[in-house]
Design a protein around this ligand. Structure first.
Ligand code: PLP
Length: 391
């Protein structure tokens, strides 16, 4: 169960660590130490306390009765939206900050696109009294101004990436450069199951708290040991990895990923990575990515900033190859419709990312005696402006 990844950081054909030589000592140090630290009793006790008393875990598994009635099946929502700061991202940020502390680091760097990971990191850094710097594309800073202000209020310095397209990939380059120049005291906190080994494995393990809680919650709520389906949205793949984790080796549980089709797979404005992508190297690891014939990363589009990423985590890419996980594209419009439906049927306004997972209900047939878990990765507060355009 514990070992989806091999010693070289590969999940099947994907993963690894493709990094400039100058970063090798930093990455190697992390590879050699992360498992021992996160598996130590000391670390586990401290993180468990934070997750309980600071984040508010366990997040409930809620039986959505009115939604279940509509779709004539049994739908349960894993409520990551109720976490402190509003999504699953805090699970990872706190775990990695604690790891950074144990490694003796005092300075945290991160990069962020929409700002959600930046806010989670800034929150964790404030809590631990660590200096925090977040790199963000200049264009993204304009598009996500409230999150920039939130990070600043939390005491984090936000530095604009001014090169290239001035978006996420340029912010990643800036963060890498910083890490090279400040390797002694600095920890690079990555926000999803991406980057060079050990990050995909590390982030997956930290998010696995979601499915660990499900092991008992499913039994309590449904009377059965496991659900028939688990559904999650995929940007990089961290909430999906976390909610699948303890059920991956159970062949009876069907795993479904909703990926962002944007304006439609063929429209040229999409982030449906597994449908449009091919094998390549991005951000230090091998995976399925959206790229041109000569290997340039393609611009992605999704109404939801958190799903607007041109690659997927290596574990999910491997599960797809092995037919253990299906990927279903959901358009912007379908996600909006699902977001309104959950709001009006259950009184829960989901993040636009999570609305993609909900939209799967219209794409598949479920039986009256089946149990479906949908991961509500975050709350919709940050997306109200977008939703309001459709009122
Ligand atoms: C960032 C984010 C996502 C996408 O990231 P994953 O790593 O794929 O989970 C999904 N939902 C919410 C609410 C997010 O903030």
């Amino acid at each position: 169960m514990d070992n989806f990844v091999n010693d070289e950081g590969y999940f099947g054909a994907y993963g690894g660590a493709f990094i400039p030589e100058i970063l090798h000592p930093n990455v190697k140090h992390l590879q050699n130490n992360y498992l021992q630290i996160i598996n130590s009793e000391d670390f586990k006790t401290e993180l468990k306390d934070l997750l309980k008393n600071y984040v508010g875990r366990p997040s409930p598994l809620y039986h959505a009765k009115r939604l279940s009635e509509l779709y004539k099946t049994n739908i349960y929502l894993k409520r990551e939206d109720l976490n402190h700061t509003g999504s699953h991202k805090i699970n990872n940020a706190l775990g990695q900050i604690l790891l950074a502390k144990k490694l003796g680091k005092t300075r945290i760097i991160a990069e962020t696109g929409a700002g959600q990971h930046g806010v989670a990191t800034a929150t964790a850094a404030a809590l631990f009294g660590m200096k925090c710097i977040v790199y963000m594309g200049e264009i993204d800073m304009q598009r996500q101004a409230p999150n920039v202000k939130r990070m600043q209020m939390l005491g984090t310095e936000v530095i604009p990436a001014l090169s290239g397209s001035k978006t996420l990939k340029d912010a990643i380059n800036e963060a890498m450069r910083d890490w090279i120049n400040n390797s002694k005291d600095t920890y690079y906190l990555i926000g999803s199951v991406m980057g060079p080994h050990p990050y995909p494995d590390l982030v997956g393990r930290l998010q696995a708290i979601i499915s660990e809680e499900l092991l008992t919650q499913v039994e309590e709520e449904t009377g059965k040991a496991y659900p028939d389906y688990i559904i999650a949205c995929v940007g990089g793949g961290s909430n999906a990895t976390g909610v699948f984790y303890h059920f991956i080796n159970n062949d009876k549980v069907k795993l479904i990923c909703a990926e962002a089709a944007g304006q439609g797979i063929e429209s040229g404005f999409s982030a449906a990575t597994t449908h449009l992508g091919s094998v390549g190297i991005l951000h230090g690891f091998k995976t399925i990515i959206m790229q041109t014939k000569d290997g340039q990363i393609e611009e992605t589009h999704s109404i939801s900033a958190g799903l607007d990423y041109p690659g997927i985590g290596p574990l999910l890419a491997d599960l797809k190859d092995k037919n253990k996980c299906s990927f279903i594209p959901i358009t912007d419009e379908e996600a909006i419709k699902a977001g309104f439906l959950l709001s009006q049927k259950e009184g829960i306004i989901p993040a636009l990312e999570s609305a993609h997972a909900l939209a799967i209900l219209d794409k598949m047939q479920f039986n009256i005696d089946e149990n479906i878990i949908i991961n509500i990765s975050g709350r919709g507060d940050k997306d109200l402006e977008t939703y309001f355009k459709y009122l």
